[in-house]
Design a protein around this ligand. Structure first.
Ligand code: SAM
Length: 219
């Protein structure tokens, strides 16, 4: 019994991954191709246990309609799409045609291309252009950190009651609690975390998965 979350050593992390459902071959190949083609940027991708968690959560929640802000080469979008039913739908927002060209190829390989709609362009414009009464069951925010609060404010009203919002990197690699850390990105995450926890429309928990994953449920 313990009253706090264990720190994960690399060895315990490896054990956790080995004792979670195995990552499918398409996702493993995508992680490998991303590392080869974009070695400087491979860290943008979520980790395997976070992806498995997101697939399970999507499936457990019975979500049919999802939206993702920040798609990169497609790893997290495939994890969400694999948890949707065959007639589900996922809108993916990103600004990079190059990175999302890899995502498109892997949506085909993963057999989810018919469920995914890519919207290329600044996500805030894509979100604002959605009907005010659009109803999503699940959302994942993982793009430019200074945009988080704006994305949240557009997404929360478009999540159906009981629906889920996941927000990535809410620890900002522990820099959120470093008083000496003054970067715009870290301050944006601190501001976002304060904004989200005070939002009466949701209940939420910050989970120590990856770089901090906030899980919110629309009341
Ligand atoms: C951390 S990566 C997303 C990683 C992805 N979720 C995954 O697990 O593979 C952030 C992505 O946000 C995109 N991005 C950055 N600024 C954006 C903006 N203003 N609107 C939409 N996408 C943006 C980048 O092009 C990049 O692909």
């Amino acid at each position: 019994m313990t009253r706090s979350t264990e720190q994960l050593s690399p060895a315990l992390h490896a054990y956790l991954v080995a004792h979670s459902s195995p990552v499918d071959a398409v996702l493993a190949a995508l992680a490998e191709e991303t590392a080869q083609r974009f070695p400087e940027d491979q860290g943008l991708q979520i980790g395997p246990e976070q992806g498995t968690f997101m697939t399970l959560l999507t499936r457990l929640s019975g979500a049919r309609h999802g939206i993702e802000v920040g798609t990169f080469t497609g790893y997290s979008s495939i994890c969400i799409a694999q948890g949707l039913p065959a007639d589900g739908h996922l809108i993916c927002c990103d600004v990079s045609a190059e990175w999302t060209s890899v995502a498109r190829a892997y949506w085909d390989k993963a057999g989810v291309a018919d469920r995914v709609e890519l919207q290329l362009g600044p996500a805030i414009g894509t979100l604002r252009a959605l009907p005010a009464d659009a109803a999503f069951d699940i959302a994942f925010i993982d793009a430019d950190k200074t945009g988080y609060t704006g994305y949240w404010d557009e997404i929360v009203p478009r999540i159906r009651p009981g629906g889920i919002i996941l927000v990535d990197n809410t620890f900002s690699h522990a820099r959120v609690i470093d008083a000496a850390e003054r970067s715009e990105t870290v301050q944006a995450i601190r501001d976002f975390n304060d904004h989200a926890v005070a939002d009466y429309r949701v209940e939420l928990v910050m989970l120590p998965i990856g770089d901090g994953l906030t899980l919110a449920r629309r009341k």
